[in-house]
Write a protein that binds this ligand. Structure first.
Ligand code: FAD
Length: 495
């Protein structure tokens, strides 16, 4: 690798929601540290810049998807993609983080040198094709969880003979005209349930074709309690209260789903029946074979999907594809779906740590052999943090806590004169997969991901309250080895 041309204390990889939030907290909490943010794309915002399909929106509320330190003030609780992107840009500007970000910089490799107690990070400039190196003492990876270049697209039989376009929502063509067209959306996840009512506003008809149903729950697009509190209380206080309310509500719903699945199933079924037409085959199209929250639940604002079905603008078909034809899709049942456009909302391809290769003293780190420490560091990998948000609540609740922990850790190391910190998994057994979700995009990639251990701090909580205790208030020196700066200096002089 070439000699580093830039040096920084903390290098953040990725300028999406997590990377921008991490940089803001570092600016606030560790103003003496130099911070650089490298972003592979030509703009910031990550997910909220990449996805441009009609109706793109959050499916969690913005009081928990927003940062703890930057109140979400828009009246919408479930927000559209452009509003979320604007919020990320505004926050970056307010905290002076926009100046720290370098666009078109893809990190491809990072090697930890124990003698130097530093990372050398190899960077590819996607605009000029240059390769160069950056040296940092702490590497903080905020690269999200999926591949940006391509979504998951199964090979559908006969797809080549279909006369119309087949679109993946990750690459939505700006000029796609779907007005008065018959559209089939393949899939039943968050993207499909977002797209269907939105396309149905101007398409001739939209059919959601799913192999099997998903749990779909309606929730108000605005938050009445939040609106009232915001009218009475100072912005920051109202935001903090609503954030906690919604975080606790999400935990309660998740726990109830896990402990009393039958009760939750019955509640969801009754709510769907109420919003669908009389006599609708709710058990065929909205009754999954798994329990609520075994896979991510789909939230729809103000029941918009159910309304589109009720109005006859959209329909749901639960069947399997036999083959594409010139004019649509033939199903295993023998039925045919006529289509002018097909949208393959079939999901994402998981990608850990943005596809970078990690090395420690020249040896490649096999992620699947590492154990995740507090859901944010890796066993045997020094001065490294990685943000993976919750799968059962808003991503940012966890991302914010990870950033808080990194700031605490850096301050602790400075106060004690430590150059390096390495999680040591000697006392735990790698017992469980990293993510406890049966969704396709998770199960397809579990083998490549780190494991979680059988006890704290190696077990993932997926629970905000427990993580506040662990990451905001818990000890900082449990199951880690600190290397004093003097030891690193000595090793450097011997080397
Ligand atoms: C359509 C969609 C809707 C979603 N809705 C919700 C929701 O409502 N609630 C929720 O909690 N979660 C949701 N999620 C999950 C969502 O990804 C997170 O909420 C959040 O946006 C993740 O932010 P991030 O910054 O961690 O990752 P991302 O948004 O993925 O950003 C990662 C950034 O890192 C950059 N990057 C990646 N690799 C490299 C590299 N090697 N070098 C340099 N830069 C790199 C990328 O270009 C990108 O800009 C949704 C996801 C999708 C796809």
């Amino acid at each position: 690798m070439s000699q580093p041309v830039h040096t920084t204390d903390v290098l953040i990889v990725g300028a999406g929601l997590s990377g921008v939030g991490a940089a803001c907290q570092l600016r606030q909490e560790c103003p003496d540290k130099s911070v650089m943010v490298l972003e592979a794309r030509d703009s910031i915002g990550g997910t909220w810049d990449l996805f441009r399909y009609p109706g793109i929106r959050s499916d969690s509320d913005m009081f928990t998807l927003g940062y703890r330190f930057s109140p979400w003030t828009d009246p919408k609780a479930i927000a559209d993609g452009p509003s979320i992107l604007r919020y990320i840009h505004d926050t970056a500007k307010t905290f002076g983080v926009d100046k720290l970000i370098r666009l078109n910089h893809r990190v491809v490799n990072a090697n930890w040198d124990s003698a130097e107690a530093r990372w050398t990070v190899e960077v590819h400039r996607t605009d000029t094709d240059e390769l160069f190196a950056v040296s940092c003492s702490f590497l903080y990876v905020c690269t999200g969880y999926y591949r940006y270049d391509e979504g998951f697209s199964p090979q559908f039989p006969g797809v080549d003979c279909f006369q119309g376009p087949v679109i993946h929502p990750q690459h939505w063509p700006e000029d796609l005209d779907y007005r008065d067209k018959r559209v089939v959306v393949i899939g039943s996840g968050a993207t499909a349930v977002t797209l269907v009512p939105s396309l149905a506003e101007s398409a001739a008809h939209v059919t959601m074709l799913q192999r099997s149903p998903t749990y779909v729950a309606s929730r108000p697009a605005s938050d009445a309690i939040a609106d009232r509190l915001r009218a009475w209380l100072p912005t920051k206080l109202a935001y903090a209260i609503v954030r906690w309310k919604n975080a606790l509500q999400a935990i309660a719903i998740f726990n109830l789903s896990r402990r009393r699945p039958e009760m939750m199933k019955s509640m969801l079924r009754k709510a769907a029946i109420k919003q669908l037409p009389d006599g609708y085959a709710v058990d065929t199209h909205f009754k999954p074979s798994y329990n609520p929250w075994d896979q991510r639940m789909c939230l729809i604002p103000d029941g918009d999907l159910f309304t589109a079905v009720r109005d006859g603008r959209a329909s749901v078909v639960t069947d399997q594809i036999d083959t594409f034809t010139e004019t649509g899709i033939r199903l295993k049942s023998g039925d045919e779906l006529a289509a002018d456009i097909v949208v393959s909302a079939t999901g994402l391809n998981l990608l850990a740590i943005g596809g970078m290769q990690l090395e420690v003293d020249g040896s490649v780190v096999d992620l699947s052999k590492t154990v995740s420490y507090k859901g944010m560091m890796l066993s045997g990998v020094p001065n490294f943090a990685w943000t993976i948000g919750y799968t059962n609540a808003s991503w940012t609740l966890k991302a914010d806590l990870v950033a808080e922990y990194v700031c605490r850790l850096l301050k602790h190391m400075d106060a004690k004169g430590y150059a390096a910190v390495t999680p040591d998994a000697a006392g735990t057994t790698a017992a469980n997969p990293f993510l406890d979700l049966a969704s396709g995009y998770v199960t397809r990639s579990l083998a490549e991901l780190p494991k979680q251990g059988d006890r704290a701090p190696w077990r993932l909580h997926q629970n905000y309250v427990k993580d506040v205790r662990l990451l905001r208030r818990g000890p900082i020196d449990d199951d880690v080895v600190f290397t004093p700066a003097v030891a690193a200096d000595r090793a450097r002089s011997i080397a």
